[in-house]
Design a protein around this ligand. Sequence first.
Ligand code: SF4
Length: 64
Amino acid sequence: MKVKIDYDLCMGDRNCAKVCPQVFQYDEDQLESKVIMEEIPAHLQDKVRQAAEECVPGAIVIED
Ligand code: SF4
């Protein structure tokens, strides 16, 4: 699994970084979350899916 953020949609509310901090990290300088992992390991995939479901503007794009 790979994941990316669509910055045209992201509103920077940090929720993804709260749900799965191992994968999403909030950048205080850019005021947006970043994906800090290239390939999502199996034990984090459910959390990434949860973050995507909770992302209100639908900015988290999962590529299986
Ligand atoms: S949860 Fe969605 S809108 Fe919020 S910071 Fe993460 S990607 Fe952006």
